[in-house]
Design a protein around this ligand. Structure first.
Ligand code: HEM
Length: 231
């Protein structure tokens, strides 16, 4: 199968799973914005995404996408190192300098930081919510009270700092990953590549700001849902 055996096939798999994960993040970021305005609205969404069969199936699909993306990342990195030795980022250096080059050189390291952050995040939320509901556990805060779990998590400054670092790492990873995926999926020519870099940077920055605003708003107790618009 060319998607497994050929180098371009493996890059296509990386790109398609990466774009699908960005789509998930877009949904997740929009969903989290609701917490800024309405506790009731946010908890309704969390209840809908709780231990229902369709939500569990979606979680398994998401986990499969993430695992495939990570496994292929290791395979492609090993392949690049064997093929190009020290000069393995030739294409990236030709296309752009500075930030993109740095991100492209450090995609695997950034990916590993993101994985550690994701494990902490899943422990903070998924474990206390969907998993707790599935096994019938009774944590201190109700498993469907997503709003309560956000408040609890970001009342701890250690988590606030860890999440900010995590979001910055995701920003770097996605700002390179976005245009790299577009290139693999057929965008060619310097002009179009530059345009996609620009679109990608704007999109990824807005996306990460959605998450960052929620972290900071809950850390400082400053959101309409927390202070009824008087903060
Ligand atoms: C910083 C703000 C964030 C908040 C407040 C937040 C909140 C939540 C909550 C409440 C859940 C549990 C949903 C439920 O089971 O009903 C959850 C699950 C999850 N979050 Fe986040 N999240 C944030 C950022 C992120 C980021 C940046 C990522 C990805 C890199 C991410 C990936 C996930 C994943 C994979 C799940 C499990 C989804 C599932 O069960 O299908 N989250 N998050």
């Amino acid at each position: 199968m060319w998607l497994i055996n050929s180098s371009i096939g493996r890059k296509v798999v990386m790109s398609v799973t990466g774009v699908a994960l960005i789509l998930f993040l877009t949904f997740h970021g929009c969903m989290n914005m609701v917490a800024l305005f309405s506790e009731e609205g946010y908890n309704m969404i969390c209840e809908f995404l709780g231990a229902n069969w369709y939500a569990v199936v979606a979680t398994l699909g998401l986990a499969a996408l993430a695992v495939i993306h990570i496994v292929y990342a290791f395979i492609l990195t090993a392949q690049n190192r064997t093929a190009r030795g020290d000069n393995r980022y030739e294409v990236a250096t030709q296309v752009n300098a500075g930030k993109v080059e740095w991100a492209s050189k450090n995609m695997l390291v950034l990916g590993l930081i993101i994985c550690v952050g994701l494990l902490i995040h899943l422990w903070n939320f998924w474990y206390n919510m969907m998993f707790a509901e599935l096994v019938g556990a009774m944590p201190a805060i109700s498993p469907t009270d997503g709003f309560g779990w956000i408040k609890e998590t970001f009342s701890n400054p250690v988590f606030v700092v860890l999440y900010v670092v995590w979001l910055v790492a995701i920003w770097f990873h996605l700002s390179h990953g976005f245009w790299s995926a577009m290139q693999t999926l057929g965008v060619s020519g310097k002009i179009w590549l530059k345009r996609w870099m620009c679109i990608g940077n704007i999109y990824v920055t807005l996306l990460m700001l959605c998450f960052l605003i929620v972290v900071l708003a809950f850390a400082f107790g400053c959101a309409p849902s927390l202070c009824g618009g008087s903060c």
